[in-house]
Design a protein around this ligand. Sequence first.
Ligand SMILES: Cc1ncc(C[n+]2csc(CCOP(=O)(O)OP(=O)(O)O)c2C)c(N)n1
Length: 516
Amino acid sequence: MNGAQALLRTLADCGVSVCFANPGTSEMHFVAALDTVPELRGVLCLFEGVATGAADGYGRMAGRPAAALLHLGPGLANGLANLHNARRAGTPLLAVVGDHASYHKRYDAPLESDIDAIAGAVSGWVRRSARSADLGADAAEAIAAAMAPPGRVATLILPADVSWSGGAEPAAPAAVRSPAPVREEAIRAAGSVLRGGEPCVILLGGPGMRRPGLEAASRLAGESVRLLSETFPARHERGAGIPPVDRLAYLAELAAGQLAGTRHLVLAGARPPVSFFAYPGRPSSLVPEGCQVHVLAEAPDDVAGALAALADLVAPDAKPVPQQPERPDLPDGELSAQTAAAVIGALLPEAAIVCDEANTSGLWLGGATAGAPPHDWLTLTGGAIGQGLPLAAGAAIACPGRSVLALEADGSAMYTISALWTHAREQLDITTVIFSNRRYAILGMELDRVGAAGAGEAARRLLDLSGPRLDFTALATGMGVPASHASTAAELAAGLRQALAEPGPHLVEAIVPPPW
Ligand SMILES: Cc1ncc(C[n+]2csc(CCOP(=O)(O)OP(=O)(O)O)c2C)c(N)n1
């Protein structure tokens, strides 16, 4: 058995069933080995950022890693932004990065680069396999590292000669760490804070955004205790029947308003809140003056267990308060981000998976979908745009039978537009809605907020996408995805209905004015 065959066999035995790949010459033995391990499905992605974003979407929904196969340092670098988002999401993910044969490296061939350094920026675990005999064990360890709670990017660097040499053997799965158990002391401390009756916010995040955590947290909410969540959760279970929680706003001034008057902030899977960016004269930390921060549970901990233990301590008889079913009426007239949100809220299918990269066009989506049937909401955890279309591919492959909605701002969609080809190639049940406002709208606002004086026509031109006009229906059909166009609410509703009723991928380009 060569190294590549042992590697793939080990991955399959460890429960890895998908590899999102953009291979090159140094990965050809890995590619050939796919035919010896039929349990591992190779999915071709036409850009590495699609492969890594898809592996992120897969890991968030499956709770176990997919592999992303990348070609040396440049391939890894192309995939880095979405590995960054995966790192922020705490997604279990295995990046396999091919490298030159070990003896070839000293010749400094054109693709030679410092892969270890690039990988270090986004990985919680990095190993360069030295011998084909070690590769199986390295792979099993990589998977265990990727799955250690809450999840991380594990990068295995695979020299071509390690891949092609014989004498390799598959390894058995390695033990995976469980979430750290509930800490009694933290429960007692949070209990006395909650009993004290001073204004308190429980800030939820990470695994606390799944149904069990939300139900336990809901038992704790009351007159002096409010629930809020981190701004960009990796996976938020929401909708009718699940206790709702408002997300902390992206804009620091709005988030400061949400937290004003809070004397105690209890963190349950979330980090202390900070401003997304620094703004001249404004604070970086969003913890209000005089507010004490208490850590109930961190992301690697049993967050839901900690919340449940806290609820049993201070509110043993309290019941969770679920969101009532409620949908907006289908609106009429011209399309805007607001009416588009109402259309989506009216039609969102049960058990949908929403990949939200709608940016400024998404302001009304949360409200419009709050009472829709239960669904999962995946967000831009690391703020690196170009995530949504790849994320949708991975989520759809992780959850066949569920509708995936990619809600995409036009600027962000263009970063990884080739993901549409993978949607079509794999015939994934993904409906993409492009919010075409034809600009980088948020940056128009940020230009003013950071106080960048003197911005004129030259500056505005860098934020404008209006010419040449991006024709998303042509882009989609050119990659095999049927597409339609909507400039009224009724057209969006018709397009969405059809897309959701038919199997396979679809795209609707929604022409919306920018919100400012
Ligand atoms: C990888 C990466 N590159 C650049 C940026 C900076 N950036 C933030 S928002 C944005 C434009 C967003 O435009 P669009 O996706 O069309 O959304 P809109 O603001 O119009 O709603 C850019 C370029 C980023 N966040 N991530």
